[in-house]
Design a protein around this ligand. Structure first.
Ligand code: URA
Length: 199
């Protein structure tokens, strides 16, 4: 369906409808372990979208993506880019928490991908930041985050995707923050964004 002409309210409405469908989803086994499905946070008309892997314990408890330690770092990066956290759109490859924070299985990611595809089609961001290997595999079918990061790719031949390291990785390896910042600067350049003044 053509979503290019939809206004903000219609996009919000349709996203809410998809969220409802996802909330009772039983397409893969991950639903058995969820407390809350984690659909998204942010703006339905965002020019910039972030895609992570899947909910952790904090996200599962709150029903929102990136609200734990990694999420706090992600929010800092978003603000450093000159955005308000509510101006971007944040989602994950899978909507239900994998047990013991393991990576989603490819079959689980495949079962869930339709939701993300609909989210992207409705938000129609000008760029997507793929956070970590799972996001790159899901969005681009490409693996090797160390090689991929910092280089523009295309989602479905149309939306530019910037692969970068996952914020949870940066918590373990803070010296790689400068690499992520240079990737995010490429995104800012493309979107005509100037960094926020240091606060
Ligand atoms: N890590 C992710 O990939 N997604 C979240 O929502 C939280 C942590």
């Amino acid at each position: 369906p053509d979503t290019t002409t939809l206004g903000a309210d219609e996009r919000k409405l349709r996203l809410a409808q998809i969220e409802q469908v996802a909330a009772s989803c039983t397409r893969c086994a991950l639903h058995q372990g969820r407390t809350n499905p984690v659909f998204a946070r942010g703006s339905a008309t965002a020019e910039l979208m972030f895609v992570g892997e899947g909910p952790g314990a904090d996200e599962d408890a709150q029903g929102l993506p990136f609200v734990g330690k990694a999420g706090q770092l992600l929010d800092k990066m978003i603000v450093a880019m000159g955005y308000e956290v509510d101006d971007v759109y944040i989602a994950n490859i899978v909507k239900c928490r994998p047990p013991e924070n393991r990576k989603p299985e490819p079959s689980e990611a495949a079962m869930c991908l339709g939701y993300l595809q609909e989210q992207i089609a409705l938000v129609r961001p000008k760029a997507i930041v793929a956070l970590g290997a799972t996001a790159c595999e899901g969005l681009l079918g490409a693996s090797g985050i160390t090689r991929l990061r910092g280089t523009w790719r295309l989602y479905r031949g149309e939306i530019p995707v910037m692969p970068t390291f996952h914020p949870a990785y940066l918590l373990r390896k803070p010296e790689d923050k400068r690499l992520v910042w240079s990737d995010l600067q490429q995104v800012m350049q493309r979107l005509g964004k100037t960094p926020a003044p240091k606060r």
